[in-house]
Design a binder for this molecule. Structure first.
Ligand code: NAD
Ligand code: TYD
Length: 357
């Protein structure tokens, strides 16, 4: 097919990568997808079990830090587009064990940039319209006070090892544009929510704990604010940036849905009570809320100004929080086996069944 893209999606078995690959293969038949994922604890190959390897899709288990693996993929698959999701992504884990964040988020991004430089830059390159999209976070900007928004020009001021490692990778990606002319674009998005999110993150954790009658831990006073972005809106934004964005630019992507954590937690509880009735105890699920010790270095407020992507690429979020959280709770209710498979560890068996030698 003429003008077909071959896109290397890194971290395609994680939360956002899974949603992105499903979107591409459902809606964009001119994109061929190579999914490179190490299958860390956060990678779940079952998310993509409906997609056997074929003309449009191939899964490769591998590490983005492994130079030989990455370069072989660029060469064999004639990669012309990279959408780079693979990362260690959980702030709490970065506080207790930062080393993996430095390795994957910084060294891994460097390894991918180097491969792109080798195969895309220079006279021998035959790639027509290469694009390296580095997916990053609003957490690189640090914390806001009660007012104001993160713009693309806001200086970086990361607080956690996670956000510092992402900020480092953003700097590297920018440097490859300025120094080598690598066609890099960066997106910095706010907190995503929706199907397939690993139940260590706030919303699926609250779902899982409240379904099991467990306490619902809310850090500090519960008044930290996040700007919630429905994952499918985010994935559509990424497609727009690849198709229409400018090299050397970054684009902030936000949901325009600022909420305090306590309100999010209470809402999830109340939706569950309404949809499936009160638990056996007869107490509303919100009675399980327990305020616990605050996260170290906990950023107070994130909020995105997404004017640039709206103005230049015509993207804006379609799903507001009230709609998105209903859809999300419905998805988790319909996919309780998916959550249970993670909780009991059996989600890792699928890879062994499919790829055992
Ligand atoms: P996730 O933790 O759900 O998934 C990460 C995926 O990367 C997993 O499938 C994992 O197996 C894979 N991976 C990890 N290390 C790897 C390595 N060394 N080599 C190959 N694969 C590896 O993450 P997510 O929530 O889907 O986030 C995706 C990207 O979006 C990340 O870069 C993250 O920083 C960014 N981001 C996420 C959010 C959010 O709310 N989830 C918000 C802003 C930005
Ligand atoms: P999280 O989903 O970990 O995303 P991030 O740290 O990237 O924003 O957390 C979202 C917010 O919820 C954050 O302010 C921390 C808070 N939180 C809790 O209060 N309790 C929890 O158990 C978790 C996981 C998070």
């Amino acid at each position: 097919m003429k003008n077909r893209r071959t896109v290397l999606v890194t971290g395609g078995c994680g939360f956002i990568g899974t949603n992105f690959i499903h979107l591409l293969l459902d809606k964009y038949s001119d994109w061929r997808v190579i999914n490179l994922d190490k299958l860390t604890y956060a990678g779940n190959l079952k998310n993509l079990q409906s997609l056997p390897d074929g003309d449009n899709y191939r899964f490769i288990k591998g590490d983005i830090c492994d130079e030989a693996t990455v370069q072989t993929i660029f060469s064999d698959e004639k990669i012309d587009t990279v959408v780079h999701f693979a990362a260690e992504s959980h702030v709490d884990r970065s506080i207790t064990g930062p080393a993996a964040f430095i390795q994957t988020n910084i060294v891994g991004t460097f390894t991918l940039l180097e491969a792109a430089r080798k195969f895309w830059i220079g006279e021998s390159s035959q790639v027509e319209r290469p694009c390296f999209l580095h997916v990053s976070t609003d957490e690189v900007y640090g914390s806001l006070g009660k007012t104001g928004y993160f713009k693309e020009t806001t200086p970086f001021d990361p607080s956690s090892p996670y956000s510092a490692s992402k900020a480092s990778s953003d700097h590297l990606a920018n440097a490859y544009f300025h120094t080598y002319g690598l066609p890099v674009r960066i997106t910095n998005c706010s907190n995503n929510y929706g199907p397939y999110q690993f139940p260590e993150k706030l919303i699926p954790l609250i779902f899982n704990n409240s379904m099991r009658g467990r306490k619902l831990p809310v850090y500090g006073d519960g008044k930290n604010v996040r700007d919630w972005l429905y994952v499918k809106d985010h994935c559509e934004a990424i497609v727009e940036v690849v198709k229409k964005g400018d090299n050397g630019h970054c684009y902030n992507i936000g949901g325009n849905n600022e909420k305090q954590n306590i309100d999010v937690v209470t809402l999830v509880c109340d939706i569950l009570d309404k949809k499936i009735g009160l638990p056996k105890s007869g107490e509303p699920r919100r009675s399980l809320i327990t305020f616990v010790e605050d996260r170290l270095g906990h950023d107070r407020r994130y909020a995105i100004d997404a004017t640039k992507i709206k103005k230049y690429l015509g993207w804006e979020p379609r799903v507001n929080f009230e709609q998105g959280i209903e859809k999300t709770v419905d998805w988790y209710l319909a996919n309780q086996e998916w959550v249970a498979g993670i909780v009991d560890g059996s989600y890792k068996e699928y890879y062994k069944q499919m790829y055992a030698e």
